[in-house]
Design a protein around this ligand. Structure first.
Ligand code: SF4
Length: 238
């Protein structure tokens, strides 16, 4: 049976196919970014529509204590991320309030897996109506969502579609720092693209080093050293 590919691998491939290769070789650190961890945990801790600001403030205090006990992260790093967020909680809460009924009640960190599709993944949020939702701590695009997020949502919609026997037409991306939730259409062409990337990821994980993409953002890449070494080794043979 072909190996299972995680939806996070599809995201990694879309950042750069070579990252999948270096990840398979154990060269990526997977160290948690404190702000990302904090924002994601804050969003996942929302349990109801009432008193959003109070919920966020209470969760921030609790997460400051708990996150260093759960993740490989220093208390100082979480403390400074908490101080940075403290002053923004009202703004975040005001921004998210109009969208709150799109987010709760929900299931969070939902594990999904399909032998038939050869895909698996952990979805941030299964929002009301069985809608897949991702939490993003980074910059929000001017309009719509980033292509990588749209395709990851297409991957989750395939998994949910198989589990519940229906095709999902859209997903959500939550941008807590901007206080917005964006709805995105999921097209058949996206679902088909996810399956093509799944096959490509399998080949790469099997040992096939992909070409360096022309638009790769190498300057800020954690695999830069491995990538350059691998290229110079290869160029000695060819
Ligand atoms: S250094 Fe550039 S080509 Fe190599 S993995 Fe990173 S982004 Fe991709």
């Amino acid at each position: 049976m072909p190996s299972q590919i995680r939806i996070s691998d599809i995201g990694l491939y879309l950042r750069c196919p070579r990252l999948v290769y270096f990840d398979a070789m154990g060269r990526l650190s997977h160290k948690s970014n404190p702000m990302h961890l904090l924002l994601r945990s804050l969003m996942l801790a929302i349990v109801c529509e009432e008193d959003l600001e109070g919920q966020l403030k209470g969760s921030l205090t609790r997460l400051e204590r708990e996150l260093p006990l759960i993740y490989d992260i220093e208390p100082d790093e979480i403390n400074s991320a908490c101080r940075e967020l403290e002053g923004k909680i009202s703004e975040i809460s005001n921004g998210l309030s109009p969208y709150i009924d799109m987010l709760v009640p929900c299931d969070v960190e939902v594990d999904l897996r399909s032998e038939k599709l050869g895909l698996s993944g952990r979805l941030d949020r299964l929002a009301p109506g069985g809608i897949p939702s991702l939490i993003r701590s980074g910059k929000m695009p001017g309009e719509g969502v980033w292509k990588r997020d749209r395709l990851m949502l297409a991957g989750y919609s395939l998994l949910l579609g198989e589990k519940y026997g229906k095709k999902l037409g859209h997903g959500l991306v939550e941008y807590p720092l901007s206080g917005q939730v964006r709805k995105v259409q999921i097209y058949s062409v996206d679902r088909a693209r996810v399956l093509r990337i799944r096959d490509r990821v399998r080949q790469i994980r099997g040992g096939q080093l992909p070409d360096r993409p022309d638009d790769a953002r190498c300057a800020e890449c954690e695999a830069l050293k491995s990538c350059e070494t691998r290229v110079s080794l290869a160029s000695r043979f060819f």
